[in-house]
Design a protein. Structure first.
Length: 49
């Protein structure tokens, strides 16, 4: 699980479409679920039970 607003940045704290695309690919390949905040994590973890 990854708690994040979904915005990813690279060198110089700059975001690009390629970086965001690769991040989404990594999450999909690894089964990583992104949630926006702690409340979202609690909800996702509770639903997994």
């Amino acid at each position: 699980m990854w708690i994040s607003d979904g915005h990813v940045t690279g060198c110089g704290d700059i975001s690009t479409a390629a970086i965001e695309k690769r991040c989404k690919e990594i999450c999909a390949e690894a089964g990583i679920v992104r949630v926006p905040d702690a409340a979202g994590a609690v909800k996702a973890l509770s639903a997994a039970r």
